[in-house]
Design a protein around this ligand. Structure first.
Ligand SMILES: Nc1ncnc2c1ncn2[C@@H]1O[C@H](COP(=O)(O)OP(=O)(O)OP(=O)(O)O)[C@@H](O)[C@H]1O
Length: 332
């Protein structure tokens, strides 16, 4: 399989809990996306947005109410036997017998896995070799999470589903997990990640989708999603100078500005143009822009604007349509 071939293909996916009509609840509403070979795709959204309900359909754990799912070219529910040995699944709750040790658990799991990695290799991947003889019930929450990951990786899966893989991990363990996920992706593993950590999605994802109320409301590369939100320039005007002394803000590409006790914030979709205009003006007038700070929007800002908005319709940034689409783009 070549890079770019689609490994996960989802179209018109719907999942309803309970009966049709008012008594039931449709958690996934017409979701479509593809994930290419060796790509890392992150599914984001607030609690209850429908991420787990979607991922469970991809893992073959439930049958969609409507729509199509293909993983490695197969229907993961109807053709579970063809798909299951080639995927690795890290659920939110592992739920292992708590009296077994770490090594016993991995060995037990390996017994049900074709072509399993040796126990030590699996534990090395997640830095748990030193904890191999500890009982599951004595592990910390973060250590259990790492064991969940080791088990998901046991069969050297071609497709890896990671449901909030770093929840409860300390910063070092989180960064180690990121490195491992990057390495696996570098080796050609396709990864579908759900996470509440936006910096995790920003650091790892080739593309991401933000869900709200069962629908994908935005998708694209992290750069494209972030780029559709305005950058901000902040500074303080020296005493005696006012915004009105500057060139007309619209001519500098400013789409919005705020002023609070001499602190100015300019928002722009054209950071370089606005900043250049501002700095040329300041130099010409000999104005010192105190505490000057210019930065692009963060994924967090974009996420809050998109995921937090009230309706099920695609969200507009600064009044304009987002226009961000699922054009494939890969991180180097
Ligand atoms: N078995 C179920 N029966 C009825 N409703 C359910 C069931 N499972 C989930 N839901 C509902 O479906 C919606 C989507 O839930 P889901 O777990 O997919 O969201 P999520 O995006 O994964 O949330 P989180 O970030 O909290 O894990 C929620 O409103 C939830 O209450």
């Amino acid at each position: 399989m070549d890079i770019g071939d689609s490994v996960i293909d989802v179209s018109g996916l719907r999942r309803r809990y309970g009966p049709a009509g008012d008594k039931g609840f449709e958690a996934v509403r017409d979701v479509s996306f593809t994930v290419g070979h060796g790509e890392l795709f992150a599914l984001l959204g607030t609690n209850g947005a429908g991420k787990t309900s979607t991922v469970e359909l991809l893992e073959g754990l439930a049958k969609p109410t409507a729509g199509k799912v293909r993983v490695l070219g197969h229907d993961p529910y109807a053709e579970r036997r063809a798909v299951r040995p080639r995927i690795g699944v890290m659920l939110q709750e592992g739920g292992f017998p708590s009296d077994l040790t770490v090594a016993e658990t991995v060995r037990m799991w390996a017994g049900c896995t074709t072509g399993a990695r040796p126990v030590t290799e699996a534990l090395e991947l997640v830095d748990l070799v030193g904890r191999r003889d500890v009982r599951i019930k004595q592990l910390s929450g973060g250590e259990r999470r790492r064991l969940d990951l080791a088990l998901a990786l046991l069969g050297r899966p071609e497709v890896l589903f990671l449901d909030e893989p770093t929840t409860g991990l300390d910063p070092e363990a989180r960064h180690n997990t990121w490195e491992l996920v990057r390495r696996l992706r570098g080796e050609g593993t396709t990864v579908l990640l759900t996470t509440h950590y936006l910096e995790e999605a920003e650091a790892l994802a080739d593309r991401l989708a933000i869900m709200r109320e069962g629908r994908i409301v935005t998708s694209g590369t992290p750069e494209a999603v972030i780029g559709s939100y305005p950058a901000r320039i902040r500074f303080a005007m020296p005493v005696g100078w006012f915004v009105g002394d500057m060139p007309p803000l619209a001519e500098l590409g400013v789409i919005r500005h705020e002023e609070d006790r001499g602190r100015i914030e300019l928002q722009t979709q054209e950071l370089q143009r606005t900043l250049t205009g501002l700095l040329l003006w300041a130099r010409d007038k000999g104005v010192e822009l105190e505490g000057l700070d210019a930065r692009a929007a963060s994924l967090e800002e974009a996420f809050l604007a998109i995921a937090g908005a009230g309706t099920g319709e695609p969200v507009a940034a600064g009044g304009a349509g987002l226009g961000v689409d699922s054009v494939a783009g890969r991180k180097a």
